[in-house]
Design a protein around this ligand. Structure first.
Ligand code: AMP
Length: 393
């Protein structure tokens, strides 16, 4: 199978070639034809499988012949980073088409977005909150909408965006093609999508499990020794870019600071940071200025940095779905990746769930060079136990 079989316009094929895509990925293979026929679809695919291009390419093809400068496609995305990334994919793949994409999300100037919208945009990628602000102010007009994409739908629903998504749906009065993508598809969401999709084709690539290109290992450790073990692991392992997940925003900052003090090129990414800092952290991680990004689950979805060789769960995620998404940041599009998870005695139940998900026992590793017997400094112990309960994105 090659991209030629889809009969995309030469201007779109130029974008495909510019990004170096040779063969379509399985999700592209299976979902592009029904999308081109105008069908609604539910796309279920593992992270990093190329699902962005699976919907962006047929949207570009559909919008190519019609009038320009009005919003004819809308992609709703749960996080700002993902919205920005999809916006970039539209502009890269669609560079020769003349179609304009714009990512709109909160935390940055609304005025600037309004100005860009006024100058004529064909495809909007938006996070639910800011999108609703624009709709209420009348600065986004969806009366010409032809295609609606709900990306990372399960995440959207997890994050409590359902009322906003419904609000957005109420603003779309005309008949449209609806595409819903999600890496996981719990039953309640399946039921819900039946309300908003019309006779959908379901395209499922593999089961909802971590990418098969990733190896998984557990590092048992006491809570207070996690940072010390992390440093030892980083010392002993040959890595490219490393993405480290913590449970709380505070801890993401603290671990990043500890790594910086230890001489690593590290930065944090968490939801309390102003948007410009979030963008700078991610951009620095992408271009290699930072080799380590310490993040909360805000970074678990969608973030696409091909060179991530290792994902480290400093804290165990709170569900197997969250594990799948975190781990999906490495091993992307067939590359190999390693996932290290630091586990304490409290994580036994999650370890069992992960082993069920992966259908095999997980390797427990210890580092010979590391002193596992060190006791906790009194202050540090109190701090870590106090923070254990808090969770935030
Ligand atoms: P996604 O799952 O959409 O986040 O895509 C993951 C990565 O795969 C991105 O870096 C895409 O540019 C890349 N990608 C998407 N489609 C293809 C393809 N057909 N061949 C090679 N890389 C691709």
């Amino acid at each position: 199978m090659s991209f030629e079989t889809f009969n995309f316009d030469p201007s779109i094929m130029a974008g495909v070639r510019a990004l170096g895509y040779i063969t379509p990925t399985p999700i592209q293979d299976k979902s592009i034809p029904p999308i081109m026929q105008g069908r609604d679809i539910i796309g279920i695919a593992q992270t990093g499988t190329g699902k962005t291009a699976a919907f962006v390419l047929p949207i570009l093809q559909r919008l190519l012949p019609g009038p320009r400068g009005r919003v004819r496609a809308l992609i709703v995305s749960p996080t700002r980073e993902l919205a920005e990334q999809i916006g970039e994919a539209i502009n890269d793949l669609g560079e020769q088409t003349g179609l304009q994409g714009l990512a709109i999300y909160g935390g940055v100037s609304m005025e600037q977005q309004v100005r860009k919208l006024r100058s004529g945009v064909d495809i909007v990628v938006g996070c639910p909150g800011r999108l609703l602000d624009h709709l209420w102010k009348g600065t986004v007009d969806l009366s010409h909408l032809e295609v609606l994409v709900i990306d990372e739908a399960d995440r959207m629903f997890d994050m409590g965006f359902l009322p906003s998504v419904r609000g957005i749906l109420e603003c779309i009065l005309n008949r449209r093609q609806t595409l819903l993508f999600s890496a996981t598809m719990p039953g309640d969401i399946r039921r819900l999508v039946q309300e908003i999709l019309h006779d959908p084709v379901t395209v499922q690539i593999g089961r909802s499990a971590p990418a098969t290109t990733v190896s998984h290992s557990l590092y048992p450790v006491k809570q207070h020794l996690k940072t010390a073990l992390l440093k030892e692991l980083l010392n002993k392992t040959r890595t490219e870019s490393v993405l480290i997940f913590t449970r709380t925003k505070h801890r993401a900052d603290r671990v990043a600071q500890q790594l910086i003090r230890a001489g690593y090129r590290a930065t944090a990414l968490q939801g309390n940071m102003p948007q410009y800092q979030r963008n700078a952290a991610l951009a620095g991680f992408r271009d290699g200025s930072y080799k380590i990004l310490v993040a909360t689950d805000i970074a678990a979805r969608g973030i696409d940095v091909l060179e991530i060789s290792h994902v480290v769960n400093y804290d165990m995620p709170d569900s197997t779905d969250a594990y799948t998404h975190r781990i999906g940041r490495t091993g992307r599009v067939g590359k190999a990746g390693d996932a290290f998870t630091l586990v304490t005695g409290e994580d036994t139940a999650m370890v069992r769930s992960l082993e069920r998900l992966l259908d095999r026992p997980l390797e427990h590793r210890t580092l010979k060079s590391f002193d596992y017997t060190k006791s906790a400094p009194a202050r540090e112990y109190i701090r870590t136990t106090r923070q254990l309960g808090r969770r935030a994105v």
